[in-house]
Design a binder for this molecule. Structure first.
Ligand SMILES: C[S@@+](CC[C@H](N)C(=O)[O-])C[C@H]1O[C@@H](n2cnc3c(N)ncnc32)[C@H](O)[C@@H]1O
Length: 138
């Protein structure tokens, strides 16, 4: 398992809390994953996409595709912008182009298809989390 985050503090925190020999934490951004091509079975990217600068998000999705082995799976999750979430953060109704559009993980559906993912699905999990799953076919 490799946990990847560009924040030195996040990497240090995880290294302190998890010393399992098959777990490693690496300081790097999602748009430049320091992993070999086709080297992982599963990529999980949770509550991160909206932190990546807009201009680097397509590169991050391409990197997820590159490092997954054929037959591998992707899970991308972020807060699902329900009415309740909007209310909590001070917006009672959706507004086109507002910051909640930025966290809606469904916006990456065309990008996932265009790099080659299949079986692209969306579900809303507990705790108001939007979850996209996709498959890198053999
Ligand atoms: C809300 S936290 C989510 C942390 C963790 N993935 C989780 O689900 O608990 C967002 C994380 O995204 C990281 N981040 C910011 N820019 C990033 C980038 N370009 N690539 C990957 N991670 C990034 C931040 O350092 C932060 O740790």
């Amino acid at each position: 398992m490799a946990g990847i985050d560009p924040s030195a503090a996040a990497v240090a925190y995880n290294r302190r809390r998890d010393d399992r020999p098959n777990h490693r934490y690496i300081q790097a951004p999602a748009q430049a994953l320091p992993l070999a091509d086709a080297s992982v079975d599963l990529v999980m990217c949770t509550f991160v996409m909206h932190h990546i600068p807009e201009g680097h998000r397509e590169a991050a999705i391409s990197e997820m595709w590159r490092v997954l082995r054929p037959g591998g799976r992707l899970l991308l999750a972020d807060t699902h912008p329900t009415r309740w979430v909007r209310f909590l953060f001070g917006r009672s109704a959706p507004r086109p182009g507002d910051s909640f559009d930025a966290i809606d993980i469904r916006r990456y559906t065309p990008s996932l298809h265009s790099v080659g993912f299949t079986d692209v699905d969306y579900a809303v999990g507990r705790h108001r989390t939007g979850i996209m799953t996709a498959f890198k076919r053999n």
